[in-house]
Ligand binder design. Structure first.
Ligand SMILES: [Zn+2]
Length: 243
């Protein structure tokens, strides 16, 4: 499921392929996407990411606001099935989305601001800190997934960051020590940056340290990785070295 790194990779690719170009064709195969017919002729001035959202900024001030949902992804050669395609003179981006939870709509700049204002802090911005965790008693793993506190982290990168920081996912967020918060902040940034560095091949190349490794030995202490449900999500951790 796309989280901040996958969305960032998509946004960078869209920026390279469509940024600065004028939209020549929009092909919609799924009426749920409800895109207006007047996008052709508009220039894509910039492609931005905030949390798990991508926005294509158009030269008339409108934004194409995109959320990849559970399986959304952009390809630049036509895949067998795609929900929509958007093309400039420089290339075409095909929106592939097997499970159909991805969303795409055209909004004004003010509407976009209102939507993005609900998001919490951006992990890759210079001022990122975890003071938001001091105000919630929820398990730290659940709090990390709350997009209103921190934007862009999902199940995979939350468990990876907690493993690296040696913090048990069930710990109440407001009980973490200053040192644990410092480690967690550092490790969130590290796992996200490392994932972004895989680039467009991320789904083929990426190997997780703890996510989806139930029963396999911890890379640090050899204790078998366990899985528990937290907030309805499968949560992987090492009972040996995550306290
Ligand atoms: Zn361990």
């Amino acid at each position: 499921m796309p989280e901040l790194p996958e969305v960032e990779i998509c946004a960078r690719q869209l920026s390279t392929r469509l940024g600065g170009g004028t939209i020549r064709q929009v092909e919609v195969h799924d009426r749920k996407l409800r895109l207006p017919p007047d996008l052709t002729g508009r220039k894509v001035t910039e492609v931005c990411r905030r949390g798990k959202f991508i926005s294509l900024n158009l030269d008339d001030g409108r934004r194409v606001l995109i959320h990849l949902g559970m399986t959304g992804w952009f390809e630049f050669t036509p895949p067998p099935r795609y929900r929509m395609a958007i093309g400039t003179d420089d290339g075409t981006a095909y929106f592939e989305d097997l499970r159909l939870f991805g969303q795409m709509r055209v909004v004004s700049a003010a509407q976009e601001r209102a939507i993005l204002a609900k998001l919490g802090s951006e992990p890759l911005s210079p001022g990122f800190d975890l003071t938001c965790l001091k105000h919630t008693r929820r398990p730290v793993k659940v709090a990390l997934l709350d997009q209103r506190l921190i934007a862009g982290i999902g199940n995979m990168y939350a468990v990876e960051a907690l493993w690296r920081a040696r913090i048990h996912p069930k710990r109440p967020a407001n009980r973490l020590t200053v040192d644990e918060l410092r480690r967690l902040r550092r490790d969130i940034v590290r796992v996200l940056q490392k994932a972004i560095a895989y680039g467009p091949e991320i789904y083929e190349l990426q190997r997780f340290k703890v996510y989806d490794r139930k029963g396999k030995p911890c890379y640090r202490c050899r204790t078998p990785i366990q899985r528990l449900l937290l907030g309805g999500r499968g949560t992987y951790f090492c009972p040996g070295c995550q306290r």
